[in-house]
Design a protein. Structure first.
Length: 112
């Protein structure tokens, strides 16, 4: 996978996750029972399972790395590799750290 594609996909997934979390939190604040009905049901659970499957298929060996960022990361958290700690404040920080750790290639420049 090219780093540019990785960056675009991870950015969109993270943004969508944040929107879902905000939605979930706002419903929970209004009515906890309603939030269980709207958010925790067979339909939404199956969509989450499909999403997890697609992430696994798309990212392969990077799946745990990406899932950590999508579901656990908070600004200021860090990841380490070979004695180097990368403090992750933004999506771009995560992308940069991923490129350093996994050596994802850049897209080739097209011939002009």
């Amino acid at each position: 996978m090219y780093i540019e594609d990785f960056a675009e996909i991870v950015s969109k997934l993270r943004s969508n996750h944040e929107v879902r979390e905000d939605y979930s939190d706002s419903i929970s604040e209004l009515d906890y029972c309603l939030s269980l009905y709207v958010i925790d049901n067979k339909y939404t659970n199956s969509v989450c399972m499909e999403n997890d499957f697609l992430i696994q298929q798309l990212f392969g060996e990077l799946t745990d790395h990406v899932c950590w960022f999508l579901y656990e990361w908070k600004p200021g958290y860090s990841i380490g590799d070979n004695g180097v700690d990368y403090v992750i404040e933004t999506v771009q920080d995560f992308v940069d750290a991923t490129q350093q750790i996994y050596q994802l290639p850049m897209k080739p420049k097209s011939a002009e």
